[in-house]
Design a protein around this ligand. Structure first.
Ligand code: DAH
Length: 327
């Protein structure tokens, strides 16, 4: 028998005699006798240098040794386990009792969606930005060209703080205002985040996630906006889409449109978009002769619903384990 097989056998016997036959010790023997730096591995490497007639016989001899070592090691693990179980039984431990091991957690579906969307936008040259969730009237409305008492404010009915001056932002368009005031165009930013509205039904939740994209570059135009928005949605959903662009109204864009996508037997509204209104740009001191802008705001939750085939958006926030486990 090969010397290494004998040595391995006696090492295992020693461990057992010294009451040390445990899995960890067997691991060490395994790496010593069979690991990358073991003698047998080196012998395998030098096989290449042998003349072909010796290669075959030497190769077979090495294989026999490796199989013998492997069998010893496996036997070692089995013995170690038996010994460990016997020790536990000796202590009166009930090894049939249910395990208390906790299952590892996983990312929330919305986090997965968010990460995938951000990755796509980064390949399109967007820089990711964020803004505050508590806003004032100026950032949520006025700077975005919502005149005071304009009916367009109504659908943004939201949660005001006690001082009645500040509110939870109703859309991520507020971040446009922060960015335009602190960065010089040209710029291309994307800002995902939570927004808040007094809404609650299968396709609305009082808190939901939007993703806002803003491009301000000389000469950018509506067809670029249309192409980009659609390509983004198709890249995320992974298939060509049945869509329509529908004329709409937002105070901060002109012209404005909404993107709808076929969802079962109806249209689901997915995003608002348009060319940034010159009033918004000039409010931030940007020369509207040189720069044009386009923007869109899309529902992260809605897109995720479509990708995962979820009918009721609210399940994304209820966090039942049976639901979350599916991701
Ligand atoms: N902020 C709008 C909303 O929440 C969505 C939106 C529409 C965002 C048009 C945009 C846009 O950037 O250009 O209803």
């Amino acid at each position: 028998m090969d010397a290494s097989v004998k040595a391995c056998q006696s090492a295992l016997a020693d461990l057992e005699a010294n009451d040390k036959l445990i899995a960890h010790e067997v691991d060490q023997l395994k790496s010593f006798y069979l690991g990358k730096k073991s003698q047998i591995s080196q012998q395998y490497q030098s096989l290449a240098k042998l003349p072909p007639e010796d290669k075959k016989s030497q190769g077979k001899a090495l294989n026999d040794v490796r199989m013998a070592l492997n069998a010893l090691i496996q036997e070692g693990y089995a013995r170690a386990e038996k010994i460990a179980v016997n020790k536990l039984l000796g202590k009166g431990v009930d090894i049939t009792a249910a395990s208390k091991v906790r299952k590892p957690g996983s990312l929330h579906p919305l986090t997965i969606a968010y990460q995938e969307m951000v990755a796509i936008l980064q390949t399109m040259g967007f820089v990711i930005e964020s803004g505050p969730h508590i806003e004032d009237d100026y950032h949520n409305f006025t700077a975005l060209n919502f005149p005071e008492d304009h009916p367009a404010r109504t659908m943004h009915d939201t949660f005001y703080l006690k001082d009645s001056e500040r509110l939870l932002r109703t859309h991520t368009s507020t971040v446009q205002v922060h960015i335009l005031n602190r960065q010089e165009p040209p710029l291309r930013i994307a800002t995902p985040g939570r927004v808040y509205r007094c809404d609650h039904d299968p396709t609305h939740s009082p808190m939901f996630n939007q993703l806002e994209c803003l491009v301000v570059e000389p000469g950018c135009n509506f067809s670029q906006l249309k192409w980009l928005l659609l390509k983004f949605c198709e890249a995320y959903l992974g298939k060509p889409l049945d869509y329509r662009f529908r004329p709409s109204f937002f105070p901060f864009t002109e012209p404005s449109a909404e993107l709808d996508i076929v969802w079962g037997d109806k249209w689901l509204e997915l995003a608002g978009c348009g060319m940034v209104h010159p009033n918004v740009l000039s409010e931030a001191g940007i020369d509207t002769e040189t720069f044009q802008g386009f923007a869109f705001g899309i529902g992260i939750d809605r897109l995720a619903m479509m990708k995962y085939g979820i009918n009721d958006l609210r399940v994304l926030y209820e966090n039942h384990v049976e639901f979350l486990e599916q991701f």
